[in-house]
Design a protein around this ligand. Structure first.
Ligand code: PEP
Ligand code: MG
Length: 574
């Protein structure tokens, strides 16, 4: 038995056999085949291609919202057919099937990517996707991302890292847990895994060297532990913890209809953070009053390219319909940094988190931005839709975005298309400059939403993706508390609502602190909603205020953490 430790990312306990997933090619294999094996190798490739195409067809069938996505999968199948003669020729020259696929397809993708063109960049990404898929099949791995082959029993996916789109393809069924060597709990991959409710630990140093394929693993996603070949006592503990976790989840779920109010009757609002329209169901099942953050950059993952205006409309409309009158806060595209997408293949920057990401990217790419704004105005006519701008640094950006919104409204009026010209427009407070000037911003917008995943990253100069600096990523830092207090006060003075949509809000101890600082709206990964509800219902506003004001007087992150741990009992620990 060997134990490793990482960052707890998604709660719960999972036991299964290790499925090692290599991020680039999925497999490693011999590069050459002797002449006598060439025919067999060609056949192996053909079988793998056939399975890959079956998988693409199955993937297409399994998607509820098959319309546009279906086209991508059939396009991939056709592209694979086009590559087959070249792949066969490479094998006949003595390459193994794996090596032929990696060499031929990689070269084709690289050649296309070298041409600085957005459409071609997408095509290059498609080729890389097909390459990975065929390589995975050749290596006997899954057909749909790092998913388990059915019937093998539960597996624990072990990898250096997963991209958000690989994570989005995971099927919870046979996957007991996930352990990654890289990543942090606010990375996009982490957010998706949390919404899939698969226990997960990230930032586990030495993981992929320590684990052999097929070894038994126990992942404690709540504590951040990875146990290799657990002994019988550890196995018992794993099973017991898993059982307790599930029991608590089931009990909490039954409380979903209860109002999220303190003992002394102060009402709060619990909303859901979503990446895909379907995630709304998970939020609604837990009694969310609406969506406080819809991360629309995932529309790109869904379509495999930038969505058209009508595809935007379809996504927002179907989300709004699922919400049954609840509010829908749609954040405009936030591409870049850890949300790197194939779109940016040709826009590599030294420091992407400080570069042309998010709203800055939109200002440089007005065509897709305007398509999104037009769609938002159209759907705003049909329900409570609010527009949220990410990565705003100051009022000038708000004014510029508002100009585009006015232009979009004028176009729609000219074209006679139904829309709402003036839906509420808010900003994410996730750059320290925005937090410090929150009083100025508050005069220009209808609401704030605090994004601590980035606010902490920028305030404390700690890369949210880098596990080595994870211990420095501290919501309890006095500097962050001051930024939060200033932002909440500015919103309250201006009479506008302020929500917390960063992961900080989902942690019990910080939820109490935020409540005490004056926050009333929490937008959370759906899985966190029940715990935060129970917590809010277990204290009085007076207690929360006292705790917050004591925290504000402390001098270090450590002191704040100790005080919170002393005064707040997290749900499920008692
Ligand atoms: C944040 O930065 O806190 C946030 C909610 O946005 P994202 O995690 O999508 O960057
Ligand atoms: Mg952010």
């Amino acid at each position: 038995m060997q134990e490793l430790h990482g960052i707890p990312v998604s709660g719960g306990s999972g036991v299964g056999r290790a499925l090692l997933y290599e991020e680039t090619h999925g497999v490693s294999a011999a590069t050459a085949v002797p002449p006598r094996d060439i025919e067999a190798e060609v056949e192996r490739l053909e079988r793998a291609a056939a399975i890959a195409k079956e998988d693409l067809a199955a993937l297409e069938d399994s998607l509820e919202d098959a319309g546009t996505i279906a086209k991508i999968f059939s396009a991939h199948a056709m592209m694979l057919d086009d590559f087959m003669p070249k792949l066969e020729a490479a094998i006949r020259e003595g390459m193994s099937a794996e090596h032929a696929v990696a060499t031929v397809m990689h070269a084709a993708a690289a050649q296309i990517a070298a041409v600085k063109n957005r459409v071609l960049a997408q095509r290059a990404q498609d080729i890389v996707d097909i390459e990975r898929r065929v390589l995975r099949v050749l290596g006997g791995l899954s057909n749909q991302g790092p998913d388990a082959r059915k019937g093998q029993g539960p597996v624990v996916v072990v990898a250096q890292d997963l991209t958000p789109s690989e994570a989005a393809q995971l099927q919870a069924g046979d996957i007991a847990a996930i352990a990654l060597e890289r990543g942090g709990h606010t990375s996009h991959t982490a957010l998706i895994i949390k919404s899939l409710e698969i226990p997960c630990v990230m930032g586990v140093r030495g993981l992929t060297d320590a684990v052999q394929p097929g070894q038994m693993l126990w992942i404690d996603g709540s504590a951040g532990d990875v146990v290799i070949e657990p002994d019988s006592a550890a196995m018992e503990r794993a099973i017991e913890l898993g059982r307790r976790y599930e029991q608590l989840e089931a009990t909490l779920l039954k409380e979903s209809h209860l109002p999220p109010e303190t003992i002394d009757g102060h009402r709060t609002s619990l909303l859901a953070n979503i990446e895909f329209p379907l995630d709304v169901e998970a939020g609604m099942a837990r009694g969310a009053a609406g969506v406080g953050l819809y991360r629309t950059e995932f529309l790109y993952e869904q379509h495999g390219r930038l969505p058209t205006e009508d595809e935007h409309v379809e996504a927002y409309r179907s989300t709004l319909e699922r919400l049954d009158g609840g509010r829908l806060t749609v954040r405009t595209f936030d591409f870049g940094a850890d949300k790197e997408s194939p779109l940016m293949l040709n826009e590599k920057e030294e420091n992407p988190a400080l570069g042309v990401r998010s709203l800055r990217w939109c200002f440089e790419h007005l065509e897709p931005f305007m398509a999104q704004l037009r769609a938002l105005l159209r759907v705003a006519a049909e329900g409570d839709l609010r527009i949220m701008l990410p990565m705003v640094g100051g009022v000038e950006e708000v004014r510029r975005a508002r100009t585009y919104l006015q232009q979009a409204a004028a176009q729609l009026t000219r074209e006679g298309i139904d829309h709402r010209p003036d839906p509420p427009v808010g900003v994410m407070i996730e750059i320290p400059g925005a937090a410090v000037t929150a009083d100025i911003l508050a005069r220009e917008v209808d609401f704030f939403s605090i994004g601590t995943n980035d606010l902490i990253q920028y305030d404390l100069a700690v890369d949210r993706m880098n596990p080595r600096v994870e211990p420095l990523f501290r919501p309890s830092h006095p500097s962050l508390l001051r930024l939060l207090q200033g932002t909440i006060n500015a919103a309250s003075a201006a009479g506008i609502p302020v929500t917390m949509c960063g992961e900080m809000g989902g942690s019990s101890i910080y939820a109490v602190l935020l409540l005490g600082l004056g926050l009333r709206e929490f937008s959370l990964t759906p899985g966190y909603i029940p715990r935060v509800r129970r917590l809010l219902r277990s204290l009085t506003m007076l207690e929360a205020r006292r705790i917050a004001s004591e925290c504000m007087r402390l001098e270090s992150a450590r002191e704040v953490e100790l005080l919170l741990r002393d005064r707040v009992t997290p749900v499920g620990s008692g």
